[in-house]
Design a protein around this ligand. Structure first.
Ligand code: ADP
Length: 489
């Protein structure tokens, strides 16, 4: 099968969060299964170009309709760790993708609406006829709308569209002018409850809703989250739309790429280890301490890696830091935010704790350090308000690091409490708490720290249980191929 992925991120070249890992990992798995996969991305100035091999311009003169004009674009091709990627570069005075940041600009909706139109224009111009177009999140929600209302009539009758929702908090709610911008002129037609009209604001359009309504199949990234967004306020207004389209909607748990996230072969850590050589993990703990100037002491290291977003439970992360320090643990945080206030807040916290030999806060994005933390830490906290799938707990488990998570979304689907899970002990792999408050978090942290100090043998068993789980792309890859086959029929 020929599959084209259209997305705003792809690891490790353009990564903000889990979306990037999914685009890379799923594409790789689909290729292993014998499919031909191409990925279309914007050509951002801030990408990690050192991860693109053989980058070359393959199209000099792509003209993309935008309002009444056409924008001149170039298209580049390169391999991102063997994945075939096309990068679209608009030569516009507005520097759509040359802004030093992936997201967070006032005209993000316009930037990515343009990217949708440009991707389809590129496919038509180069006569690509994939069986499947797989697009992701609000940034590419207009792809199926443009395909079925414009490009189908220009000869692109072949592709079916699978659309994956990675996070319902960001839906691309914007003005209807965006539609005219990309050539969907009959705005009255789209500003309708059954199409793109936002469910809260009747004068706005919702790009994610467009993706849901127009695609042949819609997935989200875990079964539990699929249920939550259809039946609770986690749908942020799209629950009803999903319910109406429930016959073409389901949750497929994300995987992680075990070529990249694997303690046995990871080149970013000094000591490789597996279940049979677990003691080497502690060489990484020493290395992490040295690198972050933490003291060597008989204490567990608790870590947090992730975006610093309210979704992630910022007040609970802060609480966990102080709780850990009070309870004879060390704490390491690696995180960043596009929100200045949140960044300032964590910088202040960092300054306050700067001289503490048991704590290090690293504010920023650092892929290599992330690998060392997964390998060197003993526990990883993920106290999210909501979590569509969550990859950090899956990665942590592969590195024998115990996840301590809130009972929500994909965290519920993948972490099974050491004390209370309805499973035999050998299937338990972490600590889970229900309530999104300090007491809830403490109930799990307290048990985890107690186990580390008082029952090291059991703690080690729990680590091994987690390492034995198969959260690779193998099973989700199979699911996606089934979905693609289903919508092709
Ligand atoms: P989300 O998609 O909500 O950001 P996920 O848990 O699905 O959360 O994915 C997070 C991914 O991003 C993981 O691969 C994690 O290691 C990585 N990550 C997040 N923040 C950072 C950071 N500051 N530095 C390095 N990697 C990070």
């Amino acid at each position: 099968m020929f599959i084209v992925m259209i997305a705003s991120e792809c690891a490790p070249v353009a990564k903000v969060g889990g979306l990037a890992d999914v685009i890379y990992g799923l594409s790789r798995e689909l290729e292993i299964r014998g499919n031909d996969v191409e990925i279309i991305l914007p050509k951002y100035d801030c990408m990690r170009y050192e991860h693109i091999y053989g980058l070359q311009k393959v199209l000099h003169d792509l003209w993309v309709p935008f309002y009444d004009q056409k924008v001149h674009c170039s298209v580049f091709f390169g391999f991102v760790h063997q994945r075939k990627c096309f990068f679209i570069e608009p030569h516009s005075e507005r520097y759509l993708f040359d802004r030093g940041l992936y997201y967070g600009h006032h005209d993000d909706a316009e930037r990515f609406a343009f990217f949708c139109r440009a991707s389809l224009e590129f496919m038509m111009r180069t006569e690509k006829h994939p069986e499947i177009i797989h697009c992701h999140d609000w940034q590419t929600g207009l792809v199926p709308v443009l395909l079925f209302d414009i490009y189908k009539y220009l000869g692109m009758t072949h592709p079916r569209v699978c659309y994956t929702l990675h996070n319902l908090k960001h839906q691309g709610v914007t003005g209807e002018f965006i539609l005219r911008e990309v050539g969907l002129d009959n705005t009255g037609h789209y500003l309708n409850q059954d199409r793109l009209q936002d469910n809260f604001n009747s004068s706005a359009i919702n790009l994610m809703k467009g993706g849901i309504v127009y695609s042949n199949f819609v997935t989200t990234v875990s079964p539990q989250y699929a249920n939550e967004i259809m039946t609770t306020d986690q749908g942020f207004g799209l629950g009803h739309t999903l319910y109406e389209h429930r016959n073409k909607f389901g949750g497929v748990l994300n995987g992680i790429d075990y070529d990249f996230w694997n303690s046995e072969i990871d080149r970013n850590i000094p000591y490789n280890y597996g279940i049979d050589s677990l003691d080497y993990k502690f060489g990484n703990k020493d290395e992490l301490r040295q690198r972050l100037l933490l003291r060597r002491d008989f204490k567990p290291i608790i870590a947090y890696i992730g975006r610093l977003d309210h979704q992630k439970g910022l007040h609970l992360i802060k609480h966990a830091i102080f709780y850990a320090l009070k309870n004879s643990c060390q704490f390491v945080l690696l995180g960043s935010s596009t929100d200045h206030d949140v960044n300032d807040y964590f910088w202040q916290l960092k300054r306050q704790l700067n001289d503490n030999p048991d704590c290090h806060l690293e504010i920023g994005f650092n892929e290599e350090l992330a690998h060392l933390i997964y390998a060197g830490a003993d526990m990883m906290i993920i106290p999210s308000l909501f979590e569509p799938c969550g990859l950090t707990q899956l990665i942590a488990m592969k590195y024998g690091t115990i996840p301590i998570v809130r009972n929500t979304g994909g965290l519920s689907d993948t972490v099974f409490d050491a004390d209370t899970a309805n499973k035999p002990f050998h299937e338990r792999n972490g600590y889970v708490f229900d309530h999104f408050n300090e007491e809830g978090l403490e109930s799990a942290l307290h048990r985890a720290i107690g186990m580390w100090y008082s029952h090291p043998a059991l703690f080690r068993e729990l680590m091994i249980n987690g390492m034995k789980y198969d959260y690779s792309w193998n099973s989700p890859g199979k699911h996606y191929v089934n979905i693609y086959n289903y919508i092709r029929e």
